[in-house]
Design a protein. Structure first.
Length: 166
């Protein structure tokens, strides 16, 4: 089983950064770390590409449970992953620690994107995104509760940093 740890980082906005907030408040980035083991790699000890999709899901769920709504809004609706993408940048190997940074982007009334940046020792090794849609228990798209939108926007960045095609 992978060991994982979560933290929150408050990053000040910077006019030179590809990531800016929509408001005057400092941007919050959620961080969740994973240790890579032999089970996560192939015969050449390269980490399986599929692990990045798995880690997106784990990071998303940890962020939502820990920072947005511990009950995952189960009584109000469901989250549907409409789109997911991962871009491989650099090899990783067993016994390295991968830190996933999560921010929200393009937050709307019924949907939002999550941006993922995976790093080892500060070096970007993969990036990706997911588009999440909120729906009723009968799977009809519906608005997110206002308090939930406000919490999601705490993690919002203005630019996707090139992760999401225009």
């Amino acid at each position: 089983m992978s060991v994982s740890r979560s933290t929150h980082t408050f990053l000040p906005t910077s006019s030179g950064s590809a990531f800016h907030t929509r408001s005057e408040h400092p941007r919050v980035t959620f961080k969740h770390a994973f240790d890579i083991y032999l089970k996560d790699s192939n015969a050449y000890t390269n980490t399986y590409f599929a692990r990045y999709f798995e880690w997106q899901g784990v990071c998303r769920e940890r962020w939502f449970h820990q920072c947005i709504a511990a009950d995952m809004l189960q009584s109000q609706g469901v989250f549907i992953t409409k789109r997911a993408h991962t871009e491989y940048v650099h090899e990783t190997f067993p016994f390295q620690t991968v830190e996933c940074e999560l921010n929200s982007f393009d937050v709307r009334h019924c949907s939002f994107h999550l941006l993922f940046r995976f790093k080892v020792g500060g070096q970007l090794v993969a990036s990706g995104y997911q588009q999440i849609v909120f729906a009723s228990l009968t799977k009809q798209i519906q608005r997110l509760p206002a308090d939930v939108l406000a919490k999601i926007r705490t993690y919002e960045v203005k630019e996707s940093g090139g992760l999401i095609p225009a």
